[in-house]
Write a protein of this length. Structure first.
Length: 330
């Protein structure tokens, strides 16, 4: 059986594909939730998926079971789904969204399937979204890193000059996908959101919103981020309260702020009224474990736990449950 399954083959033109992968390149679930949020905003339609059977160690990436509204037991597997949106308001590009889970096996075969969808949908540009843990303060604007391995992103985007990535070392599935697209002559770009490593709660709507706002310079759609802004206000309020009696962490955040302000003299300070959401209890549970971390920093930066949500963008009505997230990975 072919692992790539089409439920329909949409006729798209001048298409831009946006991708994000749960797991290593998705700190605080910021990137995959950006794709989900955008799919919801656009009312994008699912049209293809990659069957997980050949690509995952299900002992490490376990299926999930839950109870449906009628008591039925529902089993779900790691999801790799494609969604399409047709631009009917002008000559702008159509959009394909892909939200997947970084696989354990057969990365080249997996990437080839994404390329097959790109080819079938007339993709002219592929953009990957990612998020990483970094030594950045939550009280400053979210840092977004842009890069591209191609000199031109295509017609109409000549004004955007992205530098090639200078990173060298172990890499993730995003790099494999980008390399496959580049070999086929499709321009590529990457956006990375930087999330504070001392706040490893899931999700972090600050970073999700920053990624969405940044990518609109490439994707010409209006994105209503009001929900993320509202959760951002709550995020800052709860985080500030949780840190109030954490003297060591507060001191460390102050050092990060000082370093940030030297590098970004025009940067604004974020307050409770300006930015994003998880629970105090989650963060405090994380901070209580700081005693076992490095003596030089209050917490240790770790890779994010792989996570995948079972709901499709069409099922985002349960807004509260989806955005409050789970306990932080520490």
């Amino acid at each position: 059986m072919d692992s790539l399954e089409f439920t329909e083959r949409p006729e798209l033109r001048r298409t831009i594909m946006l991708t994000a992968f749960a797991g290593w390149p998705d700190a605080s679930e910021a990137a995959t939730r950006a794709i989900r949020y955008l799919a919801d905003q656009l009312s994008a339609t699912k049209f293809a998926s990659i069957d997980p059977e050949e690509f995952y160690n299900f002992v490490e990436q376990r299926p999930k079971v839950r109870n449906g509204s009628d008591g039925e037991r529902i089993l779900s597997w790691p999801e790799n789904q494609f969604y399409a949106w047709r631009n009917t308001s002008g000559d702008g590009p159509d959009i394909v969204l892909f939200r997947g889970v970084e696989p354990h096996f057969k990365w080249r075969s997996y990437s080839a399937m994404i390329y097959e969808v790109a080819e079938a949908c007339n993709v002219e540009l592929i953009v990957t979204l990612g998020a990483l843990l970094d030594a950045v303060p939550h009280t400053r604007p979210v840092k977004i890193t842009r890069s591209s391995q191609t000199k031109s992103l295509g017609p109409g985007l000549e004004h955007l000059q992205f530098e090639p990535s200078s990173y060298q070392g172990p890499t993730g599935i995003m790099s494999i996908v980008l390399d496959r697209m580049t070999q086929a002559g499709i321009p590529t770009a990457s956006y990375w959101g930087h999330t504070p490593h001392y706040v490893q709660a899931k999700p972090n709507p600050n970073v999700t919103r920053a990624l969405l706002e940044a990518v609109t310079e490439i994707v010409p759609v209006e994105i209503d981020t009001e929900r993320l802004i509202r959760r951002g206000i709550d995020f800052t309020r709860r985080l500030t309260k949780a840190l109030a009696d954490q003297d060591e962490v507060t001191k460390y955040v102050g050092e990060l702020e000082e370093h940030w302000d030297k590098e970004h003299p025009d940067s604004e300070t974020l307050t409770e009224d300006s930015d994003p959401a998880p629970l105090i209890a989650e963060l405090e549970a994380f901070l209580r474990q700081e005693a076992g971390s490095s003596p030089d920093t209050p917490t240790a930066s770790r890779e994010p736990t792989e996570s995948t949500d079972d709901e499709s963008p069409d099922d985002e009505s349960d807004d509260q449950d989806q955005d409050e997230g789970t306990s932080p990975s520490v």
